[in-house]
Design a protein around this ligand. Sequence first.
Ligand SMILES: Nc1ncnc2c1ncn2[C@@H]1O[C@H](COP(=O)(O)OP(=O)(O)OP(=O)(O)O)[C@@H](O)[C@H]1O
Ligand SMILES: [Mg+2]
Length: 319
Amino acid sequence: MSIIEQAAERLEQLRKAGIDVPLVDSNPAQAATPAPAAPAVAPVAAGLATPDAALPQARASAEPGRPSLGGLGKKRSQRVTLDLARLQAAGMVTPDSSNSKIAGEFRVIKRPLLANAQGKGVTPVERGNLIMVTSALAGEGKSFVAVNLAMSIAMEVDSRVLLVDGDVVAPGVMRTLGLTESKGLINLLTTPSLDVGDVLLKTNVERLSILPAGTAHDRASELLASDAMARLLGDLATRYPERIVLFDSPPLLATTESRALASHMGQIVVVIEADRTPKGTVEDALSKLESCPVVMTVLNKAVESELGSYYGYRSGKRS
Ligand SMILES: Nc1ncnc2c1ncn2[C@@H]1O[C@H](COP(=O)(O)OP(=O)(O)OP(=O)(O)O)[C@@H](O)[C@H]1O
Ligand SMILES: [Mg+2]
């Protein structure tokens, strides 16, 4: 059975079980219809947007930071300017494109994640504000989904989001946003005197900050699984509990660091590239996440005609 067929079948099972499954189609207004708080299941999809446009390098205006004063949201952080017009032209979510199809799709994706993060879900989710985007294989759209999801969350008036590039070997966040790599996560893990506030980048999207992957390091993968990383994650989860910390990450089946990262997360979004990733591969990837409280799957690069008027797959607690 293809993944698309499986998606359709699973969707049907969920409906029969009385679970309200949001449908995603080209009508943003429909996608925006409020759903019940934090369903354990929320199949969603990210449709095919305009492929990568040549995004400009955004300006990074360095306001010299003062070591160890930092902390999330402190004034010393550097600022970067995202070229929102170009991002929008490339088919991505921006504050000015709230009526676009892609914005509608990401509204559906974020809704249960936010409800869980804000403790409005059916069951409380520990560290629900730590959310990781991953996939079974490389190139399925993790960075694309992470960036669009972060932008979409930042558009909520009562949510702030820190987008962390946790793919320290093949970083994708800065490239996707049209920014130049700068210090970030790896530097925090190798330089104890640095604080998050020293390396995070504030953006011209009011509630969106970015923590880049940081300087390339031979032992980047080991650092991600280190005690220092565990401490940092604990800190990020508790210091500003109202802030969503969204991690882009490496593929689950290629290396072990994504699994190490996943073990600290409250919620995981698994991106599945439509028509490419075989069912067995998806199941293999999901089996690596059994200890994570909430696992949502997103069917990416789906074409509307493949599944009638909606897309979808499965998500929710594995039982
Ligand atoms: N829904 C989409 N519509 C259009 N283009 C997309 C979509 N999703 C991903 N892409 C494009 O597919 C390519 C791969 O996406 P991306 O870099 O996000 O994948 P990835 O899973 O992060 O890859 P890696 O494993 O190498 O980090 C990029 O050029 C991206 O712009
Ligand atoms: Mg990537």
